[in-house]
Ligand binder design. Structure first.
Ligand code: ADP
Ligand code: ZN
Length: 433
């Protein structure tokens, strides 16, 4: 089901016109209301009048996470505080959190972005959407909540955590939709598996919206099989609004980005030049409709590519490929670039392993050590190490062939790797650079 056919299925020509109109307005606001942007544009010798079409976007300055931290908390705000209705902030594991503020219209726009994704999973009246993303400053909880409201569904704000109760409510209230991080969905699925009180057959779940962290096709298969659902990818980031900047459609062949709201570009992160169409690079967004904190050419650090071929679903909005990872999550081990999600992709090729893993990187005698904790599934695990040997070799060989470095694999008993309620932490990098 398409939530807003006018915007989601607009012809390329009309979309370019709309983007141009909205970009011109956004740039004018940024220049007039946000000293940070005025200074940057003056320094580059660009005036709002120079931006005549969406193609001129390349003349505008970039915005980085660093800039957002420097302008903490409200330096990028373009409206009076009396027009602001809500404030969110991203986790900000290092330094100050990144803040986003929203006017009434911004909240509506955000809800619509996420509602478009939920519509692709046919969410509507009669559905009960269990929102197991954390509620709070994190955008996941309230983002999914407002989208469910816009779709006319029942909102069940369980937030993350307290998994036994979540599962009881899921069954007793007949939740049909689950929204949470894929890692928390996996944890809930494992809890249902282990439970002697509930069975997945007792649940009415039919669809899940998973995002806020990278996940793989293998994880999709695992979640769909374990939870008896269709698993849909939803993408977003606090700097644009939160979840719902884009999402998968019925065809599940990429994530449609809502181009009428956020203009996407792919750039080479080293040269900052645009990539050729279809090439992988860093995703950059310019907000086209945000009022409280408009943002020009924000460097997401997410690595992906854009697909402009039309999609069979009828939506014309550009699609992006699965995100390889964030450039700052990428590990360099013995000179080789490793995205943690590659390990998840490999593990899910092996039915004997659960998709849970933890990577520890350290340096001994000037050499990088790459330790990988994995779990065999209950039915394959044995405390006797010699019985595990036949399972280690194929995994070891596959990792060496895909990423080219030799891991020290440690098989742990089932359910011992730390589970996550929100975004999973998969890496401990102990090296001092
Ligand atoms: P933080 O930066 O603190 O993690 P956010 O919640 O704003 O705060 O995180 C946004 C980031 O999460 C995105 O830039 C992207 O890296 C990741 N992300 C969000 N949704 C997805 C998704 N569906 N697939 C892969 N990565 C995602
Ligand atoms: Zn589509």
């Amino acid at each position: 089901m398409i939530h807003n056919p006018e915007m989601e299925c607009m012809s390329r020509e009309d979309m370019t016109k709309l983007q141009t109109e909205r970009l011109i307005k956004t740039v004018k606001t940024c220049y007039e209301k946000v000293p940070f942007y005025r200074k940057k544009m003056d320094k580059m010798g660009v005036k709002p009048e120079d931006i005549k079409s969406i193609e001129d976007i390349h003349r505008l300055p970039f915005t980085t996470k660093h800039d957002l931290r420097d302008e903490y908390p409200f330096g990028l705000q373009a409206v009076l505080h009396s027009e602001v209705r809500r404030i969110h902030a991203s986790s900000g594991t290092t330094g100050k959190p990144v803040v986003d503020t929203y006017t009434e219209n911004d909240l509506e726009m955000w809800a619509e972005g996420a509602a478009r994704v939920m519509a692709a999973g046919d969410v509507g009246p009669g559905d009960t959407v269990q929102v197991s993303y954390g509620y709070g400053l994190f955008t996941g909880g309230l983002g999914a909540h407002d989208a469910a409201a816009m779709r006319g569904a029942v909102q069940l704000p369980t937030s993350a955590g307290n998994s036994e109760k979540q599962i009881m409510l899921m069954k007793d209230f007949g939740s049909t939709v689950l929204a949470c991080t894929p890692s928390y969905a996996l944890h809930l699925a494992e809890c249902i598996d282990k439970s002697d009180k509930v069975n997945i057959e007792d649940m009415k779940l039919r669809v899940g919206f998973f995002g806020a962290e990278p996940w793989t096709e293998g994880m999709r298969k695992e979640l769909e099989e374990k939870l008896h659902i269709k698993a849909i990818d939803i993408y977003g980031l606090t700097e644009m609004c939160g979840p719902g900047v884009g999402g998968e459609c019925e065809c599940q062949n990429g994530t449609h980005l809502w181009e009428d709201l956020f203009y996407p570009e792919i750039i080479n992160p080293d040269t900052l030049e645009p990539c050729a169409p279809g090439e992988f690079g860093e995703l950059v967004f310019t907000s086209l409709k945000k009022e409280a904190m408009p943002i020009l050419r924000y460097r997401t650090r997410d690595l992906t590519r854009l697909i402009y071929e039309p999609c069979k679903c009828g939506r014309t909005a550009v699609r992006m490929d699965r995100i390889l990872g964030r450039s700052d999550d990428m590990l360099i081990i013995r000179g080789v670039n490793v995205f943690p999600s590659t390990i998840e992709a490999i593990l899910t090729e092996f039915p004997v392993y659960s998709p849970q893993y933890f990577i520890t990187v350290d340096r001994k005698d000037n050499e990088d050590m790459f330790d990988l904790d994995v779990e065999l599934r209950e039915e394959y695990f044995s405390p006797n190490p010699s019985k595990q040997m036949p399972y280690i070799k194929p995994l070891y060989d596959r990792i060496v062939s895909v990423i080219g470095i030799k891991p020290n694999i440690h098989i742990l008993p089932p359910n011992t790797i730390q589970r996550s309620m929100g975004k999973a932490k998969h890496v401990n990098d102990k090296r001092k650079f």
